[in-house]
Design a protein around this ligand. Structure first.
Ligand code: SF4
Length: 218
């Protein structure tokens, strides 16, 4: 089956253990005002402009078999380093069946997968993808429903329902919070986010990621 991506980045070191290849899936159902990945927002293939004014086509369709074969070119390096493939975006769970198909092909070749997700997906899609993953980076962007709707454009309950399932799944995961000045970066916000993230034997911690500027739209 086909899926749509906008980048394959090889030899990444911060998207999971070991040396990895990160695949960026195109399209996201949320609209976080600080999003630093605008090429991942729209599901359509589009023409964007670089800072120097040159145009480039963002988005490319791949067959799951072809993408898995491309990713497996680095299989030896991944295996030697304890690495694998990370699915990022955009929102990879928005193309759940495609991610599952690629992950299954990688697993058959002995390569584990990880996913970076906002958690904004149906329970079915979330469980289908996440149950195939060796590690999950689960975003938690806000603790307050009204603020989440205002700043991200979605229903926080969807994320929390999936997070609750993840906590009980036994799958290793870390919660990631992008720290946005004026949105979720007070000490009280952090405490509320820690409480909401909860505890689980398979939780490897909560990461507060600094340095996300707030873009103009408010
Ligand atoms: S979930 Fe991620 S990709 Fe989607 S809008 Fe928010 S920051 Fe951007």
């Amino acid at each position: 089956m086909n899926g749509r991506i906008f980048e394959i980045r090889e030899f990444t070191l911060h998207d999971g253990p070991g040396i990895r290849t990160t695949v960026f899936l195109k399209g996201c159902p949320l609209r976080c005002v600080w999003c630093h990945n605008p090429q991942g927002l729209r599901f359509e293939i589009e023409t964007l402009r670089r800072k120097d004014g040159r145009a480039w086509v963002c988005g490319e369709d791949w067959d799951d078999d072809a993408l898995a074969r491309e990713l497996l070119r680095n299989a030896d390096i991944m295996k030697q380093s304890g690495g694998g493939v990370t699915f990022s975006g955009g929102e990879p769970l928005a193309q759940a069946r495609f991610v599952c198909a690629v992950a299954d092909r990688l697993a058959a070749a002995g390569i584990p997968s990880a996913v970076e997700t906002s958690g904004y997906a149906s329970e079915t899609d979330y469980r289908e993808v996440v149950s195939r993953m060796a590690f999950v980076y689960q975003d938690l962007k806000h603790h307050d429903s009204a603020a989440f709707r205002r700043w991200c454009g979605g229903d926080l309950g969807v994320v929390l329902r999936n997070l609750e399932w993840l906590r009980g799944s036994g799958i290793p995961f870390a919660v990631r919070v992008p720290c946005i000045p004026g949105v979720n970066d007070t000490p009280a916000d952090r405490e509320a986010l820690k409480r909401l993230a909860g505890e689980s034997p398979s939780m490897r911690g909560i990461e507060f990621l600094p340095g996300f500027p707030l873009f103009a739209k408010q």
